[in-house]
Design a protein around this ligand. Sequence first.
Ligand code: HEC
Length: 119
Amino acid sequence: MTRLPLSVSLMVLFGLVVLLPATGRAADDGAGLYKTYCVTCHGETGKGDGVAGAALNPKPADLSKEEFWKSRDDAAIKKVIKEGGAAVGKSPLMVAWGAVLDDAKIEAVLKHLKTFKGK
Ligand code: HEC
């Protein structure tokens, strides 16, 4: 049996220790997902004032408003995220994220959206 040089073994070990937890974290982190996929239109605090969002018509809904959360339940919001605005009669510029985000990630993003309430 050939033995791997110690430096190679250490590199592999380092990779496993550092990279595995990092990918796990990125997957469930709603704030990180929001920053990656949503912030350009929806803005840092969900007001719809992201660099791209400001130019949209209609603008993304203001997610900091109580009215928004009172008039929609979780299922409706998850549907828009998964299937896109066009699927519920809203702007097609709100694209469907179902191909990028699985249900667990959509749940995590929704949780993050709720932190905008009242901000
Ligand atoms: C290209 C710009 C853009 C991106 C990127 C984007 N959205 Fe939107 N979003 C919109 C627009 C425009 C609307 C408003 C649609 C309307 O009211 O007709 C909207 C609406 C919404 C709504 C409100 C739907 C409702 O019931 O009124 C939610 C929730 C939402 N987006 C979540 C997300 C999430 C989560 C992401 C990231 C995964 C995301 N959006 C990425 C443009 C975008």
